[in-house]
Design a protein around this ligand. Structure first.
Ligand SMILES: Nc1nc2c(ncn2[C@@H]2O[C@H](COP(=O)(O)OP(=O)(O)OP(=O)(O)O)[C@@H](O)[C@H]2O)c(=O)[nH]1
Ligand SMILES: [Mg+2]
Ligand SMILES: [Zn+2]
Length: 376
């Protein structure tokens, strides 16, 4: 009963991951992976993480050629804290541990989204094809926040898609205005929808191909879970209709991967969709390239400034200043570009500092230990 991965392919497994896994295993381990054992004796199995809770990790995998199974995985200490080592959407190889499965390694991911949360790096999701950046056609709308999400996606080489929800809440003219604003973003995939009226949902079907992985991100209350429900007909929790719409109420509390039927012809095709809780703030880090891509026009002008370390303030030969003065670039975009780069630089420096400090502390305690040994 050789592992055939056929069901795994429908939930996103590809040759790319097989190659990564093969490179991470010894010859004996690879042989064991492809052993002819009955599923009940199979020593290893591949799983995709669907949710990470404090005390357990939910995953879905394939045993033998049987259907996909859901199970909880045991998580050894080397993968803790999980927020640093594992993300929803990751593929892992697990080994049998009596009647359980224990994580042995994480298959090198194709992409990973991460942010800084309470000063700690935190993985958000892994192995995505698209990031659906969701915003609503009301007071939530904020171009600067969307630019952060865009940088997050571009840094991770994930195709961003901006989805404007609740189009039923505004007039046609207001909707046009929102869309005109969105067109200024360096993102060409923009959709306006209403889950209440069911409009625009068909246009999203082009993304729902078998084996594709998507994550929904955006502020609390913009309608991420409602959109997933509308596409899937599933019923994970969404807020009841609120009078005072969207302010500050967090309905979804954990990241979770769902599978919905693909819109293409493939039988049993699935699309992995990760619903995430609304983020109060998105603190980027290690995202310089993503920020530069988000503001590609400004970044490209900056390459032509006379001084390579130009701050675009009073320096002569500054192409960015020139473009600001003649109105080719938007001052608010420029401010956000500068702000995000400064934040990134600041975090980079602070991180290095704290890392150096930890290293220093370690070598100090090592020295104390050696001294103690020598004395006693
Ligand atoms: N008018 C209108 N309301 C909507 C639409 N989509 C969602 N809502 C409402 O918006 C509120 C929030 O929807 P959710 O889907 O829970 O929002 P969310 O983005 O998942 O929020 P969190 O889980 O807190 O991050 C609910 O009251 C929904 O009924 C829409 O297209 N039009
Ligand atoms: Mg939600
Ligand atoms: Zn300049």
């Amino acid at each position: 009963m050789t592992l055939n991965f056929s069901h795994l392919q429908s939930i996103g497994w590809t040759n790319y991951f097989m190659q990564q896994l093969s490179a991470q295993l010894s010859f004996d381990e690879l042989t064991a992976l492809h052993s002819d054992e009955e599923p009940t004796n199979q020593p290893y199995a591949v799983f995709r993480i669907t949710a990470i809770h404090r005390d357990r990790i939910e995953a879905i995998g394939e045993l033998g050629s049987s259907n996909l199974i859901s199970t909880d995985l045991l998580c050894p200490p080397e993968f803790r804290p999980t927020s640093l080592f594992l993300a929803v959407g990751d593929w892992v190889l697990a080994e049998r541990a009596e009647e359980h499965w224990r994580i042995k390694l994480v298959v090198e991911p194709k992409s990973r989204l991460q942010r800084l949360s309470v000063d700690q790096p935190q993985l958000i999701a892994a192995n995505l094809d698209y990031l659906w950046i969701v915003t609503s056609a009301n007071q939530d709308f904020n171009l600067k926040r969307l630019q952060r999400y865009l940088a997050l996606a571009l840094e991770a080489n994930i195709e961003p898609v901006v989805i404007l929800t609740k189009s039923d809440l505004c007039s046609e003219a207001e909707l046009e205005e929102y869309l005109a604003q969105l067109k200024k973003l360096n993102c060409h995939l923009i959709h306006a929808i209403s889950t209440l009226e069911g409009t625009g949902l068909d246009t999203l079907k082009t993304y729902l191909n078998s084996g594709t992985s998507i994550a929904l991100v955006g502020s609390s209350g913009v309608g991420k879970s409602s959109l997933l429900n509308a596409l899937a007909g599933t019923q994970q929790e969404v807020a009841g209709i609120r009078e005072d719409d969207d302010k500050g109420k967090h309905t979804t509390t954990a990241r979770q991967l769902f599978f919905i039927d693909s819109a293409d012809e493939k039988a049993h095709g699935k699309v992995a969709v990760i619903d995430t809780p609304g983020m109060r703030e998105l603190q980027l880090f290690n995202s310089q390239q993503g920020i530069e891509e988000t503001f590609a026009d400004i970044h490209s002008l900056a390459q032509d400034c006379r001084f390579s370390d130009c701050h675009h303030e009073q320096e002569p030969g500054c192409k960015v200043r020139e473009a600001l003065e003649n109105g080719t670039i938007d001052p608010s975009d420029f401010n956000n570009y500068q702000k995000l780069l400064k934040e990134d630089e600041h975090i980079k420096r602070r991180d290095l500092g704290s890392h150096a400090e930890r290293k220093h502390q370690r070598s100090f305690s090592k020295m104390v230990k050696t001294m103690n040994k020598e004395i006693w």
